[in-house]
Write a protein that binds this ligand. Structure first.
Ligand SMILES: Nc1ncnc2c1ncn2[C@@H]1O[C@H](COP(=O)(O)OP(=O)(O)O)[C@@H](O)[C@H]1O
Ligand SMILES: [Mg+2]
Length: 488
């Protein structure tokens, strides 16, 4: 054994902990251990028993449910992420599987050491644990269980050759793709093991963590557990009810005045990210924060059959997304998604052209479609077929790459959104596309673009919305007006 700066005992002589009658289920066993053995190391309630809050119990139960291999918990700062992870690490050492191996990985060694230090402190605070553990500078060893806990630097080279039963990633949001790859390559060798990542959201959704959050939100992976705590998107920064939604520890071990002080001193996007748990898109986001959500009118949904609408189509030639967005024609324009086909993340995915074709036909059957404006890129033959089927007059080509038309149309939607002169159906996929849109100033006005070329953060439905509103405005202004009354 190396580095004995902390002066560990030469050997452990105490009998192993008596666990007769303890639950076998992973979560229940750990919760019992924390209740019986862990004291709060510092902060609110320091030196008192560590009381697992109901929302923390939910996290533990979900993360340690049978079959879960990866758990991701998104929580704002100071909601006890590191403390809970440390308590679970100590539980793993004492009541986990034989030869438990607990690794803590973080963006850097210093951050990883925080959890290790907290775990050490938890052990030192309880003589029953302290006499059964050997505490070294760089690790904790519990001989009765042949268990070890270590903190590792987030260096892909250092992350091979381990066989963790519990791998804690503290602050996943700063972990890079190569590090995450190394993490996943070393986990999962045992019949039961868990990678537990706990983190605030990142400064930008362009990262490993957001990819995993999206994976979890899909809800299709039975081995993945996701729990997110965030204030509702678009809430005011001083909305204390929203604070509470995002911060389960608020008013408990997290003081409200601390959060208020942070609100006054942090830049708004940083406050939202770190203290409200919100995903903040880049500062160059096209729309002001929350503006799109403020226009949501989900009650209106898609317009009733027979309504007068325009449709806008932005198709992808290959593996991108394809959007069909409608807008009602009339004094209160309402945008709605009539079809959206997105790559679920397969390299070989191709947009199902037949489905798109059917959706267009269906839309024409269902509503009084005044016009379909379609971007011709990659879809020319379909568009020609639609024109033949629906009438040349009703199907027009709209080149979304032409700034002369696109810039004023982009400005129109912008103005309409910020003045709440338009509503939309609240479709979360459309909201995501709008949130992905980054403003690109041109001499003709702003255009919207993706955050970078080949970015998976698609904007096609936002582009189609711009076209749809523009064409709806055109047809609203050119509608034959009904005379109010005649003088005869
Ligand atoms: N039930 C509890 N769960 C987690 N932390 C608690 C609890 N009760 C008190 N605390 C204290 O609250 C503080 C939480 O801080 P920390 O774990 O560093 O938060 P985070 O990692 O989320 O920023 C710690 O000082 C911890 O000891
Ligand atoms: Mg922490």
């Amino acid at each position: 054994m190396s580095g004995t700066k902390a002066g560990p005992k030469a050997q452990v002589t105490a009998e192993p902990l008596d666990l007769t009658g303890w639950p076998r289920a992973r979560a229940a066993r750990r919760l019992r251990f924390i209740r019986d053995y862990i004291l709060t190391p510092k902060g609110e309630g320091a030196l008192k028993p560590f009381k697992v809050r109901p929302w923390q119990r939910e996290i533990v139960t979900g993360a340690f449910a049978p079959g879960i291999r990866t758990a991701l918990v998104s929580l704002p700062r100071a909601n006890g992420k590191t403390a809970l992870a440390a308590a679970l690490a100590v539980a793993e050492l004492f009541v986990g599987p034989p030869s438990a191996e607990v690794l803590v990985v973080a963006s850097d060694q210093r951050q990883a050491n925080i959890a290790l230090r907290m775990a050490k402190r938890m052990i030192e605070l309880n003589p029953d644990l302290a006499e059964r553990a050997m505490i070294y500078a760089d690790r904790i060893v519990v001989p009765e269980n042949d268990a070890t806990m270590m903190a590792l630097p987030a260096d892909p080279g250092a992350l091979h050759g381990w066989d963790p039963s519990l791998l804690v990633v503290d602050e996943l949001h700063v972990v890079t793709e190569p590090v995450w790859e190394a993490v996943t390559s070393m986990s999962g060798k045992r019949p039961e093991s868990l990678t537990l990542a706990i983190s605030t959201p990142s400064t930008s959704p362009d990262c490993v963590m957001f990819r995993l959050v999206e994976h979890g939100r899909e809800g299709t992976d039975p081995a993945f557990f996701l729990r997110e705590f965030a204030a509702p998107d678009g809430c005011a920064t001083d909305d204390r009810a929203a604070w509470k939604i995002g911060n389960p520890a608020l008013g408990d071990f997290l003081a409200e005045d601390g959060l208020e002080a942070a609100r006054r001193t942090l830049r708004e996007p940083v406050f939202r990210q770190l203290r409200l748990g919100q995903w903040v898109s880049g500062s160059e986001a096209w729309l002001p924060f929350g503006a799109w959500d403020a226009c949501a009118a989900p009650d209106l949904g898609t317009p009733p059959d027979g309504s007068k609408v325009v449709l806008a189509f932005d198709g992808s030639a290959s593996g991108d997304s394809t959007a069909l967005v409608g807008c009602t024609v009339g004094p209160d324009p309402h945008l709605f998604v009539a079809g959206l086909w997105e790559n679920p993340g397969d390299r070989g995915w191709r947009v199902p052209r037949e489905d798109v074709d059917n959706a267009v036909a269906l839309a024409f059957d269902r509503w009084d479609v005044v016009e379909l404006a379609a971007d011709p890129w990659g879809w020319r033959s379909e568009i020609e077929a639609w024109a033949t089927r629906q009438g040349e007059r009703r199907v027009i080509e709209w080149n979304t790459a032409a700034a002369q038309r696109m810039a004023p149309a982009t400005d129109r939607l912008y103005q309409a959104v910020v003045t709440q002169a338009v509503t939309h159906d609240g479709d979360p996929r459309l909201a995501a596309h709008v949130a992905h849109a980054v403003a690109k100033p041109t001499t003709l006005g702003d255009l919207i673009v993706k955050d970078k070329r080949n970015s998976p953060r698609k904007i096609d439905a936002a582009v189609a919305s711009i076209v749809a509103l523009d064409r709806a405005a055109f047809h609203t202004n050119n509608q034959p007006r009904r005379r109010a009354a005649s003088f005869r």
